[in-house]
Design a protein around this ligand. Structure first.
Ligand code: UD1
Ligand code: CA
Length: 464
């Protein structure tokens, strides 16, 4: 089979975005536009991609990383010129699949079909085209009386009759390499934008009598190109709908899919229910039978089965099975909760492990702590883990009971099955099984209180 190389054009500035960032790095559903395109290429089974970069090229390259090869287009002279910059890197390709970096909705299966038809037809070029309601901004596909593609006319160069054509060029093509490269050298920037249009290659091929084939994309949504932020939002919505529908069909209940935001690549097990205004982002994996949300924001985390998380923020954490989180918990990077842990309201945990069956029910901060199994952390307990210079660890043994409003001044270790009296400030290690009380003893001074309350229960001024 002939060797296919994909070339993704991503050197343009994207002026219509009015942005300080290159257009192709704008994100939808957790990935940049160009990453979505590259993912579709990969899903089509094409293993080699060249990305043409230019405007903000370093930024694009840093973000995409070393999995691709990069061609540089110093000046953005048009799509034809951009593609020509990939010629040396694509030397070995017999078939070149060309894509724009701003079409994030393309599916892998469509690209695979485009390549397959190109081969079957023995075409010089195969275009992916679509019939759309509103063709504004796209190149129009002009066919002859027999219905054969003749050329593509850009919006800026089109007369009224041409503009009325609703068949558009998606900007995705397959070319036979040996015919493509010399044709690119013949392009001239004689058009409204003064650019070297890749689309002009089509007319050139047709005039030479080469076979130009067109594949009509069955789903016109797939070819949406993002040129401005209105289209960015539209693409985001379509992608989100796709992701959500796929999850629902796999057995996840989304109570209100229009108000549930899940990044591409997030995995969720069967019978998990996701309530609205929930954000599941990055590399996140959620088990089965969980209840997530309303208003959970979870990023780069792993959640076990049958865990419940509501009104909470979770970052780079690992949570076990049958845990209960929230409402209003904040789990920061490095949090590890074993099975059946309860973390309640206004609890913040960072870089800490909490053992099986332990409870941190309210108003607590745990930082750099290791908490054993079946521990109870009373309301208002704080690990004082930072002395202004260094972070220090706190260790709490299995079965310990920490009374409310305890300060654990790290480094400190609280032994197994020990008890800490409420309101203690613990600065020294507590041996296993001990009762520790670290607070001033209470004194009651007779007659020094408020003598009387008035009839309404308010304190009289003169008694203060
Ligand atoms: C292009 C097509 C148009 C098609 C549409 C589909 C041309 C001349 N027109 O128009 O027929 O309907 O895409 O979305 O090809 N780029 C470079 N270097 C450049 C110019 C552009 O790398 O010098 C890249 C851009 O980063 C972008 C892609 O090529 O990813 C397309 O460029 P854009 O300016 O968006 O082209 P359109 O006007 O949308
Ligand atoms: Ca475009």
């Amino acid at each position: 089979m002939s060797k296919v190389v994909a070339v993704v054009l991503a050197a343009g500035e994207g002026k219509r975005m009015r942005s300080g960032r290159p257009k192709v790095l704008h994100r939808v559903a957790g990935r940049s536009l160009v990453e979505h395109v590259l993912a579709a290429v990969e899903a089509a089974g094409i293993t080699e991609s060249i990305v043409v970069v230019g405007h903000g090229g370093e930024e694009v390259r840093n973000e995409l990383g070393p999995g691709f090869r990069y061609a540089w287009q110093e000046k953005q002279l048009g799509t034809g010129h951009a593609l020509a910059q990939a010629r040396d890197l694509a030397r070995e390709a017999e078939t070149v699949l060309v894509l724009c970096g701003d079409t994030p909705l393309l599916r892998g299966e469509t690209l695979a079909r485009l390549v397959a038809e190109h081969r079957e037809q023995g075409a010089a070029a195969t275009l992916l085209v679509a019939a759309v309601e509103d063709p504004t901004g796209y190149g129009r596909v002009i066919r002859d009386k027999e219905g054969r593609v003749q050329r593509i006319v850009e919006e800026g160069d089109a007369d009224a009759a041409t503009r009325a054509v609703k068949e558009i060029n998606s900007g995705t093509y397959c070319f036979t390499a040996s015919l493509l490269w010399p044709a690119l050298e013949e392009l001239r920037p004689e058009n409204a934008q003064g650019e070297y249009y890749l689309t002009d290659v089509i007319e050139l091929f047709c005039r030479r009598g080469y076979l130009v084939h067109a594949l009509l994309c069955p789903d016109p949504e797939e070819v949406l190109g993002v040129n401005d932020r209105v289209q960015l939002a539209r693409a985001g919505r379509i992608l989100q709908r796709r992701i959500n529908e796929e999850l629902m069909l796999k057995g996840v209940t989304l109570v209100d899919p229009d108000n549930t935001y899940i990044h591409a690549g997030v995995e969720i097990g069967r019978d998990t229910v996701v309530w609205p205004f929930t954000f599941l982002e990055g590399k996140t994996w959620i088990g089965s039978g969980c209840v997530i949300g309303p208003q959970a924001s979870i990023r780069d985390s792993r959640i076990g089965d049958e865990t419940v998380i509501s009104y909470s923020v979770v970052r780079e954490s690992t949570i076990g099975n049958r845990c209960q989180i929230g409402p209003f918990a904040y789990l920061r990077p490095g949090t590890v909760l074993d099975d059946r842990v309860k973390v309640g309201d206004f609890v913040e945990i960072k870089a800490s492990r909490v053992g099986e069956g332990s409870k941190v029910p309210h108003l607590t901060y745990l930082g750099d702590a290791t908490v054993g199994k079946e521990v109870n952390i009373g309301a208002g307990t704080i690990t004082c883990n930072y002395d202004g210079l260094h972070k220090w660890p706190t260790v709490v043994g299995d079965g310990a009971f920490i009374g409310s409003n305890t300060n654990l001044v790290a480094p400190v270790e609280v032994g197994e099955r020990s008890v800490i009296g409420a309101g203690s400030t613990i600065t020294e290690d507590v041996p296993p099984g001990a009762l520790a009380i670290g607070r001033a003893r209470q004194v009651n001074l007779a007659g020094k209180g408020l003598e009387k309350l008035n009839a309404k229960g308010r304190v009289r001024d003169e008694q203060r």
